[in-house]
Design a protein around this ligand. Sequence first.
Ligand SMILES: [Zn+2]
Ligand SMILES: [Zn+2]
Length: 232
Amino acid sequence: MGYRSDEVASIIRDAITSHRLLPGDKLVEREIVESLGVSRVVARQSLIRLSEEGLVKWQTNKGASVALPELGEVVALFDALIMIERAIIEKAADYVHTEAWADLRRHADNELCLKHDHPVSAADFHLKLAAMVQNQFISDFYDRLNKKAVLLAAVYGQAKSGRLLMHDHARILDLIEAGRIDEAKNLAERHQGEILRGYTLKEVREHSGLRSLGDILRDTTPTHQDAPASDS
Ligand SMILES: [Zn+2]
Ligand SMILES: [Zn+2]
């Protein structure tokens, strides 16, 4: 029994997010066909699916490879996050006495007791902050930017520990409560800047070396989780 294209996509996605396949690595259809025992059509469908998610890049005559986002794209993404977050903070000041605010405060306080990395497990705070201003368009847009940031984190890894960044969350709320809105905005901007530096200062990882694509895929156990929503 062969794999379906969504299962093949899942195997390749796992190999990318676990850094066994690195940005720039070629994804040769024939090797996928031979190592996983699937048809060429299934191999191609899985690559199309991954390119829609932004994980794989197609080049005419060169075929598919693991996508390598340019630094300019990463910077533009964080610029957009900062601009929209400054606007959200301006508006959030109107919600200080609401139940949603109390919930966000509890979330930020809980985070200080936990040890987890930023932004993959900490995006919750930012999404809750965005949701508080009760504008579906802003929430949707912010959610989309965040999904993209999570994808970049999976591909590039995250050099910086989230511990200090978690303190920023509670501090941003303190400043908004105190009516110091400009300071809250500036802290949020520094906060996103720190996350961005985590990417550009990423540790240099060992390349998967001489292992062939086929060997890597054969060793990657399939999972059946849902694919992340595509950005298109
Ligand atoms: Zn944060
Ligand atoms: Zn959290």
